[in-house]
Write a protein that binds this ligand. Structure first.
Ligand SMILES: [Zn+2]
Length: 212
């Protein structure tokens, strides 16, 4: 994991948000290959091994690499779709691409100048200065309201959608599998037989009436 992307990670346990303290064992030109990540709040420990941060919380993840590969499309097409669905038009913003969407990680990060956190990415997906690889269970280990959009496929726990709702900022987009129902807080913008595209409500600005 590129060192600058490490700053985005947060402990997955339910307490006030906190970044993680890293002890590096192996670093190669600012890419952290092996490290221990400790939570200063609850003392949870996580690991980076082979460049991949594991914040799954020891959840056993389903073996679905073959299915993901079979369901994916050409990477350029996936990147175009992910960019359009997530309205990824803000250079420097962060998006989360989960499962087969992660095939588009490098292309999308280059086309749109984004940082991409690729969660449970297929093994062919490689990390870079703008693409970080993270293993997750049902929690996305990022700060609340910190990402422009999240796209996940059908091989995640359905709880991942709640976590996506937390990490997406107001007005941000979530792409979820048709098999998981979109939470009622989201407005559905589009759907087909495989995915829905939804938006989190934009922040409501209360205009002061000036009479209090
Ligand atoms: Zn913690």
């Amino acid at each position: 994991m590129f060192i600058e992307l490490l700053d985005l990670l947060r402990c997955i346990r339910p307490h006030d948000e906190t970044w993680l303290v890293a002890s590096f064992s192996k670093v190669n030109t600012r890419f952290i290959e092996e490290a221990k990540l400790g939570c200063p709040s609850c003392s949870a420990q996580y690991w980076i091994r082979g460049g991949v941060a594991d914040l799954s919380g020891e959840v056993i993840l389903p073996e679905c690499e073959h299915e993901r590969r079979a369901a994916s499309h050409r990477r350029e097409e996936l990147a175009t779709r992910a960019g359009a669905y997530l309205e990824a038009t803000e250079p420097g913003a962060t998006v989360v691409l989960g499962g087969l969407w992660a095939y588009a990680a490098q292309e999308l990060s280059e086309i749109a100048a984004l940082r991409v956190i690729a969660i449970n990415a297929p093994s062919e997906v490689k990390e870079s200065g703008t693409v970080g690889l993270v293993r997750v269970g049902s929690e996305i280990p990022l700060a609340a309201g910190s990402v422009l959009g999240v796209a996940v496929d059908a091989w995640f726990s359905t709880k991942i959608i709640e976590s996506a709702l937390r990490v997406v900022r107001p007005g941000g987009r979530i792409v979820g599998p048709a098999a998981s129902k979109a939470p009622s807080e989201l407005s559905i913008l589009a759907h087909d037989d495989r995915y829905w595209v939804a938006q989190k409500a934009p922040e409501v600005v209360t205009i002061s009436r000036g009479n209090r």
